[in-house]
Design a binder for this molecule. Sequence first.
Ligand code: E4P
Length: 215
Amino acid sequence: MRLFIDTANVDEIREISRWGILSGVTTNPSLIAKEGRNFREVVREICEIVDGPISAEVVGMTADEMVPEAEELAKIHDNVIIKVPMTDEGLKAVNILKDKDIKTNVTLIFSANQALLAALAGATYVSPFIGRIDDIGQDGVLVVEDTVQVFAQHGIETEIISASIRHPMHVLEVAKVGSDIATIPYGVLKQMTLHPLTDTGIKRFLEDWETVKNK
Ligand code: E4P
Protein backbone atom coordinates (compact mmCIF):
# COMPACT_ATOMS: atom_id res chain seq x y z
CA MET A 1 0.00 0.00 0.00
CA ARG A 2 1.31 3.46 -0.94
CA LEU A 3 1.05 6.40 1.46
CA PHE A 4 -0.06 9.95 0.67
CA ILE A 5 -0.18 12.84 3.12
CA ASP A 6 -3.54 14.55 3.64
CA THR A 7 -2.63 18.20 4.20
CA ALA A 8 -2.08 21.53 2.45
CA ASN A 9 0.66 22.57 4.88
CA VAL A 10 3.91 22.71 2.94
CA ASP A 11 6.09 22.51 6.07
CA GLU A 12 4.42 19.22 7.04
CA ILE A 13 4.81 17.91 3.48
CA ARG A 14 8.47 18.96 3.37
CA GLU A 15 9.21 17.23 6.69
CA ILE A 16 7.48 13.94 5.85
CA SER A 17 8.85 13.87 2.30
CA ARG A 18 12.31 13.51 3.84
CA TRP A 19 11.29 10.14 5.33
CA GLY A 20 11.15 8.66 1.82
CA ILE A 21 7.70 7.12 2.34
CA LEU A 22 5.47 9.60 0.50
CA SER A 23 3.94 8.77 -2.88
CA GLY A 24 1.50 11.69 -3.16
CA VAL A 25 -0.56 14.40 -1.49
CA THR A 26 -4.28 15.08 -1.10
CA THR A 27 -5.78 18.46 -0.31
CA ASN A 28 -9.36 19.66 0.01
CA PRO A 29 -10.96 23.12 0.34
CA SER A 30 -11.05 22.84 4.16
CA LEU A 31 -7.33 21.97 4.33
CA ILE A 32 -6.50 24.86 1.96
CA ALA A 33 -8.65 27.25 4.05
CA LYS A 34 -6.71 26.22 7.17
CA GLU A 35 -3.51 27.51 5.53
CA GLY A 36 -5.11 30.84 4.51
CA ARG A 37 -3.00 30.99 1.33
CA ASN A 38 -3.67 31.25 -2.40
CA PHE A 39 -4.91 27.83 -3.61
CA ARG A 40 -2.96 27.64 -6.88
CA GLU A 41 0.23 28.88 -5.24
CA VAL A 42 -0.03 26.14 -2.57
CA VAL A 43 -0.68 23.41 -5.17
CA ARG A 44 2.30 24.62 -7.26
CA GLU A 45 4.57 24.54 -4.19
CA ILE A 46 3.39 21.04 -3.20
CA CYS A 47 4.15 19.79 -6.73
CA GLU A 48 7.73 21.02 -6.33
CA ILE A 49 8.15 19.05 -3.08
CA VAL A 50 6.54 15.69 -3.92
CA ASP A 51 6.92 13.87 -7.23
CA GLY A 52 3.61 11.99 -7.32
CA PRO A 53 -0.14 12.54 -7.66
CA ILE A 54 -1.28 15.79 -5.98
CA SER A 55 -5.06 16.06 -5.57
CA ALA A 56 -6.62 19.52 -5.93
CA GLU A 57 -10.40 19.86 -5.60
CA VAL A 58 -12.84 21.76 -7.81
CA VAL A 59 -15.55 23.79 -6.07
CA GLY A 60 -18.02 24.15 -8.95
CA MET A 61 -21.19 22.12 -8.43
CA THR A 62 -22.15 21.50 -12.07
CA ALA A 63 -20.13 19.63 -14.70
CA ASP A 64 -20.12 22.84 -16.78
CA GLU A 65 -18.38 24.61 -13.91
CA MET A 66 -16.13 21.71 -12.86
CA VAL A 67 -14.60 20.97 -16.27
CA PRO A 68 -13.06 24.42 -17.00
CA GLU A 69 -11.94 24.65 -13.37
CA ALA A 70 -10.28 21.23 -13.70
CA GLU A 71 -8.58 22.24 -16.96
CA GLU A 72 -7.07 25.30 -15.25
CA LEU A 73 -5.86 23.27 -12.25
CA ALA A 74 -4.40 20.57 -14.51
CA LYS A 75 -2.22 23.25 -16.17
CA ILE A 76 -0.38 23.86 -12.87
CA HIS A 77 1.63 20.62 -13.13
CA ASP A 78 1.46 17.20 -14.82
CA ASN A 79 1.04 15.56 -11.41
CA VAL A 80 -2.16 17.44 -10.51
CA ILE A 81 -5.16 15.12 -10.05
CA ILE A 82 -8.60 16.72 -10.09
CA LYS A 83 -10.72 15.96 -7.05
CA VAL A 84 -14.38 15.86 -7.98
CA PRO A 85 -17.29 15.34 -5.55
CA MET A 86 -19.37 12.15 -5.79
CA THR A 87 -22.54 13.63 -7.33
CA ASP A 88 -24.30 13.03 -10.63
CA GLU A 89 -22.74 16.28 -11.93
CA GLY A 90 -19.37 15.02 -10.63
CA LEU A 91 -19.77 11.79 -12.60
CA LYS A 92 -20.54 13.81 -15.76
CA ALA A 93 -17.41 15.88 -15.20
CA VAL A 94 -15.25 12.77 -14.65
CA ASN A 95 -16.55 11.27 -17.88
CA ILE A 96 -15.66 14.46 -19.82
CA LEU A 97 -12.26 14.84 -18.13
CA LYS A 98 -11.37 11.20 -18.93
CA ASP A 99 -11.75 11.99 -22.63
CA LYS A 100 -9.44 14.96 -22.18
CA ASP A 101 -6.84 12.71 -20.44
CA ILE A 102 -7.22 14.61 -17.17
CA LYS A 103 -6.93 12.31 -14.15
CA THR A 104 -9.56 12.46 -11.41
CA ASN A 105 -10.02 11.47 -7.78
CA VAL A 106 -13.71 11.11 -6.86
CA THR A 107 -14.05 12.28 -3.29
CA LEU A 108 -16.70 12.05 -0.55
CA ILE A 109 -17.31 8.36 -1.27
CA PHE A 110 -19.31 6.64 1.48
CA SER A 111 -20.39 3.35 -0.17
CA ALA A 112 -18.99 0.71 -2.52
CA ASN A 113 -21.81 1.49 -4.97
CA GLN A 114 -20.69 5.12 -5.19
CA ALA A 115 -17.14 3.87 -5.78
CA LEU A 116 -18.37 1.57 -8.57
CA LEU A 117 -20.20 4.45 -10.31
CA ALA A 118 -17.16 6.69 -10.07
CA ALA A 119 -14.88 3.99 -11.45
CA LEU A 120 -17.20 3.24 -14.36
CA ALA A 121 -17.41 6.97 -15.17
CA GLY A 122 -13.63 6.89 -15.58
CA ALA A 123 -12.16 7.99 -12.24
CA THR A 124 -8.45 7.34 -11.80
CA TYR A 125 -8.93 7.18 -8.01
CA VAL A 126 -11.86 6.91 -5.59
CA SER A 127 -11.64 8.17 -2.01
CA PRO A 128 -13.82 6.45 0.60
CA PHE A 129 -13.91 8.60 3.78
CA ILE A 130 -13.58 5.95 6.47
CA GLY A 131 -13.41 8.17 9.57
CA ARG A 132 -16.59 10.02 8.62
CA ILE A 133 -18.36 6.67 8.02
CA ASP A 134 -17.29 5.49 11.49
CA ASP A 135 -18.57 8.81 12.90
CA ILE A 136 -22.15 7.91 11.92
CA GLY A 137 -21.92 4.46 13.51
CA GLN A 138 -21.11 2.49 10.36
CA ASP A 139 -17.95 0.62 9.39
CA GLY A 140 -15.61 2.65 7.18
CA VAL A 141 -13.08 -0.14 6.69
CA LEU A 142 -15.89 -2.42 5.46
CA VAL A 143 -16.66 0.08 2.67
CA VAL A 144 -13.01 -0.13 1.61
CA GLU A 145 -13.06 -3.95 1.82
CA ASP A 146 -16.25 -4.16 -0.29
CA THR A 147 -14.80 -1.77 -2.86
CA VAL A 148 -11.55 -3.76 -3.09
CA GLN A 149 -13.59 -6.93 -3.68
CA VAL A 150 -15.87 -5.38 -6.32
CA PHE A 151 -12.96 -3.83 -8.22
CA ALA A 152 -10.96 -7.09 -8.12
CA GLN A 153 -13.91 -9.23 -9.17
CA HIS A 154 -14.64 -7.05 -12.20
CA GLY A 155 -11.10 -6.14 -13.24
CA ILE A 156 -11.59 -2.42 -12.48
CA GLU A 157 -8.28 -0.57 -12.50
CA THR A 158 -9.39 2.55 -10.59
CA GLU A 159 -7.27 2.85 -7.45
CA ILE A 160 -8.70 3.17 -3.94
CA ILE A 161 -7.40 5.96 -1.71
CA SER A 162 -8.60 5.33 1.85
CA ALA A 163 -9.24 8.82 3.24
CA SER A 164 -10.50 10.46 6.43
CA ILE A 165 -7.97 8.39 8.39
CA ARG A 166 -8.13 9.20 12.10
CA HIS A 167 -5.59 6.90 13.79
CA PRO A 168 -2.83 4.36 13.06
CA MET A 169 -5.22 1.38 13.36
CA HIS A 170 -7.20 2.74 10.38
CA VAL A 171 -3.98 2.57 8.33
CA LEU A 172 -3.27 -1.02 9.33
CA GLU A 173 -6.87 -2.10 8.72
CA VAL A 174 -7.14 -0.60 5.22
CA ALA A 175 -3.72 -2.07 4.35
CA LYS A 176 -4.97 -5.52 5.39
CA VAL A 177 -8.12 -5.31 3.25
CA GLY A 178 -6.12 -4.28 0.17
CA SER A 179 -6.50 -0.51 -0.22
CA ASP A 180 -4.10 0.72 -2.91
CA ILE A 181 -3.31 3.93 -1.05
CA ALA A 182 -4.02 5.56 2.33
CA THR A 183 -3.95 9.34 2.62
CA ILE A 184 -2.90 10.19 6.15
CA PRO A 185 -2.84 13.39 8.21
CA TYR A 186 0.57 14.59 9.49
CA GLY A 187 -0.29 13.79 13.14
CA VAL A 188 -1.23 10.18 12.37
CA LEU A 189 1.98 9.68 10.33
CA LYS A 190 3.98 10.90 13.35
CA GLN A 191 2.00 8.55 15.66
CA MET A 192 2.84 5.63 13.35
CA THR A 193 6.56 6.06 14.09
CA LEU A 194 6.01 5.59 17.83
CA HIS A 195 6.18 2.56 20.10
CA PRO A 196 6.99 2.69 23.85
CA LEU A 197 9.36 -0.30 23.52
CA THR A 198 11.37 1.63 20.91
CA ASP A 199 11.80 4.46 23.43
CA THR A 200 12.79 2.20 26.33
CA GLY A 201 15.04 0.21 23.98
CA ILE A 202 16.92 3.36 22.88
CA LYS A 203 17.19 4.56 26.51
CA ARG A 204 18.71 1.27 27.62
CA PHE A 205 21.18 1.12 24.68
CA LEU A 206 22.36 4.67 25.45
CA GLU A 207 22.72 3.94 29.19
CA ASP A 208 24.74 0.78 28.46
CA TRP A 209 26.90 2.66 25.92
CA GLU A 210 27.75 5.26 28.60
CA THR A 211 29.38 2.50 30.68
CA VAL A 212 31.83 1.48 27.93
CA LYS A 213 32.24 4.47 25.61
CA ASN A 214 35.58 5.57 27.15
CA LYS A 215 37.13 2.11 27.43
C1 E4P B 1 -9.27 13.15 1.50
O1 E4P B 1 -8.80 13.29 0.41
C2 E4P B 1 -9.78 14.21 2.40
O2 E4P B 1 -8.96 15.34 2.26
C3 E4P B 1 -9.73 13.85 3.87
O3 E4P B 1 -9.19 12.57 4.08
C4 E4P B 1 -10.95 14.18 4.64
O4 E4P B 1 -10.80 13.72 5.95
P1 E4P B 1 -11.57 14.32 7.22
O5 E4P B 1 -12.79 13.50 7.46
O6 E4P B 1 -10.57 14.16 8.33
O7 E4P B 1 -11.87 15.77 6.92
